[in-house]
Design a protein around this ligand. Sequence first.
Ligand code: BYC
Length: 335
Amino acid sequence: MYTQAMDQPNSPQDGLRSVPGASDSRQTEFDARMDSDRKIEPQDWMPEAYRKTLVRQISQHAHSEIIGMQPEGNWISRAPSLKRKAILLAKVQDEGGHGLYLYSAAETLGVSRDALLDALHAGKAKYSSIFNYPTLTWADVGVIGWLVHGAAIMNQVPICRCSYGPYARAMIRICKEESFHQRQGYESLMTQMKGTPAQREMVQDAVDRWYWPVLAMFGPPDADSPNSAQGMRWGIKRISNDELRQKFVDATVPQAAILGVTLPDPDLKWNEARGHHDYGAIDWDDFWAVVNGNGPCNKERLATRVKAHEDGQWVRDAALAYARKQQARALREAA
Ligand code: BYC
């Protein structure tokens, strides 16, 4: 539903890879590897700024996955049937798994998982703005599947072609699972739209609350995106924030029509000349307030995350003790 061809050509800026001042043979090899679209692997030399950008983006992405378990996790005990509960459990568990693949990918860049988690728990690390909004009704779970995961797929399929091997490979599996998440959300909403007038109103209300924050998920407009230009040159980002947002709007309009909901944007209309939908202004002040910690649920999300980490300390201690015991036994047997 949301695919972009994996063989799509790279940005015209892709020749501009070098970091000013770094002109040794290792930089030349790095540039050549990227120009020929070969992956950079953990053992390869890379510019420090490239490494830092990847650590920033991959860790933010990992944090988003594990914080992203909370809004829907809130509904596991209240899912309306055993089938819906089983689906939701599997989906939330997948998100935990995505976080783990991504922390592992970040660790290949020489940063420890503990350091990344400390930054999250101290409120210093970013995670996606979208998870700071509340899930008020069961319809929110469907809308998160349809729109939030739909946006995630739109953003993440191009990352399967990221220049850094471990991140690109993690994204292939993640995108397959995201596709299931998106479809289960849409299917759940389809069922609700065939229900009572009250259920249809509940779906429309959820769409009204989530639509604009989802459009902001793609990040600030290209002109105000400080990381985009370099991220594109390095093949970390393949498609710009605004282009992805536009693709998402174009894909969502016909899906909303099939579902029978109205997207809450009076300025949304097809522009024949552009071959795309025009859409209204996004409230960037609201977006930055949320990113800077002042959204409706930021404090609750972080507090829940820190508590879960602290409550899980005994599990990590037990796993470490067991691993040490196994290691000691293996050494004894080898002696
Ligand atoms: N929320 O220069 P820009 C998921 C920050 S997981 C918060 O455009 P960049 C899912 C940005 O970090 C969703 N902050 O940055 C999971 C930067 O700050 P710093 C997450 C945002 O990196 C479970 C500043 O604004 N997806 O979908 O070039 C269940 C300037 O932005 C946001 C990923 O992480 C935001 N929405 O582009 C369901 C995918 N947007 O770091 C769903 C990988 C921007 O300079 N990440 N900022 O302090 C990316 O593709 C890119 O990092 C972004 C931002 C497009 C998000």
